[in-house]
Design a protein around this ligand. Structure first.
Ligand code: KG4
Ligand code: ZN
Length: 365
């Protein structure tokens, strides 16, 4: 008889409280039976960023609601759960602790195993959940909180090729929107304005472009945009719609150039390993940007790689990815006990030097 595992995943490392139920029958793809996400945007809106204490309290209040909704939507009874997977880091410590405590309670109460999951592994393994991709594959995580290139070799085996040394790209999009008076989140509004603009009008810098390796930097670009804006305001007394569109288009062109150049470098490193099915997967909110996606797809095509991006709801923070990463760890024989600790920092690649860039939602790795 084939073995079926049903796993409950919990996520609370930043500003989304989430619970999901995943089921996998041996030899078949895992099925997401429910994925519930309660965001906290409204709670933090007045503060211009995530307030850790408010986030932790909201997670503690919402985790059991998310679990109940996931059970009811999936039609799964608590007694059918075979294991509990939970984000044990990296992230804002109060939120991670809320999730870990909730998972420990469920694990002890139900008498089922507990599996601590690295949040970044959740993102990095999502292409295996959505597209059953095989190791090793190249991964680009690009969001408001993350930016790194990884070679994924196994559920617990990642090599970081490089990452941002300051801001994450989503953060740069959000700041650009703020500087130009466009709505938040900045990514979609900057992309929309950029569609009408001239990407060549402003010669914005391409930071670290000529430096070898795959590290990236986005803070200088933001400063250049601020200067260009201030010069226009000083000259004309304000910005026209054309100015705004051109600033957005020129900014986006610089981000696309930098991401594409560094992706080519990452591909060159990855291809030295002669993977049997060469593939680049991209995840994170910024992967929604069609100019960035088109640039990455072209590079993959030119280099003989397949390209995949999980659906947006699974690119952004969610608990289905945590349940899936937990399932992979559990099947590989790993589980935790009541000593499982919440970790604010937890690099995926233990051998890589620490990244300076934190992203707007707190230092990740
Ligand atoms: O992955 P995500 O939902 O959350 C984390 O940051 O963890 O990513 C959100 C980020 C925001 O900074 C948002 O502005 C950016 O993704 N984003 C985009 C686009 N849609 C969302 N950036 C560029 N272009 C887009 N179309
Ligand atoms: Zn995340």
């Amino acid at each position: 008889m084939s073995k079926t595992l049903t796993i409950l995943g919990l996520e609370s490392s930043c500003d989304d409280t989430a619970a999901a139920i995943l089921r996998q029958t041996e030899g078949q793809p895992a099925q997401i039976l429910a994925s519930i996400v309660h965001g906290q945007n409204a709670l933090h809106a007045d503060f211009g960023g995530v307030v850790p204490e408010i986030a932790a309290r909201a997670h503690a209040e919402k985790l059991d609601v998310c679990v109940e909704e996931a059970l009811s939507e999936s039609g799964v009874a608590l007694g059918e759960i075979d294991a509990i997977a939970v984000t044990a880091g990296p992230g804002l410590i109060g939120g991670v602790m809320s999730g870990v405590m909730c998972a420990k309670g469920l694990s002890a109460g139900l008498g089922v195993p507990l599996v601590g999951v690295n949040h970044l592994a959740g993102h990095a393994l999502t292409p295996r959940l959505t597209d059953q991709v095989t190791f090793p594959y190249l991964m680009l995580l690009v969001s408001g909180g993350h930016c790194q290139f990884l070679i994924a070799r196994g559920p617990d085996d990642f090599t970081r090729l490089g990452g941002t040394i300051d801001d994450a790209p989503g953060e740069a999009f959000d700041k650009t929107a703020r500087l130009l008076g466009l709505p938040q989140p900045g990514g979609p509004s900057v992309e929309k304005a950029a569609r009408q603009g001239d990407p060549k009008r402003f010669a914005f810098p391409r930071p670290l472009m000529d430096r070898p390796g795959c590290d990236l930097s986005f803070s200088g670009l933001k400063t250049a945009l601020l200067r260009a804006r201030d010069a226009l305001v000083a000259d004309q007394g304000g910005l026209t719609e054309t100015d705004r569109n051109d600033l957005c288009a020129s900014f986006q062109a610089a981000v696309v150039d930098v991401l594409c150049k560094k992706t080519s470098r990452a591909i060159a490193s990855y291809m030295t390993e002669t993977p049997s099915v060469p593939l680049l997967a991209v995840a994170g909110g910024v992967a929604a940007n069609s100019a960035i996606r088109a640039g990455l797809e072209t590079i993959c095509k030119d280099n003989g790689l397949a390209f995949t991006a999980p659906p947006l709801a699974l690119c952004t923070d969610n608990a289905a990815m945590i349940a899936y990463a937990g399932l992979e760890r559990f099947k590989a024989g790993h589980s935790d006990d009541m000593r499982l600790a919440a970790r604010p920092r937890w690099p995926l690649d233990k051998t890589a030097p620490a990244l300076l860039g934190g992203g707007k939602k707190g230092a990740k790795a």
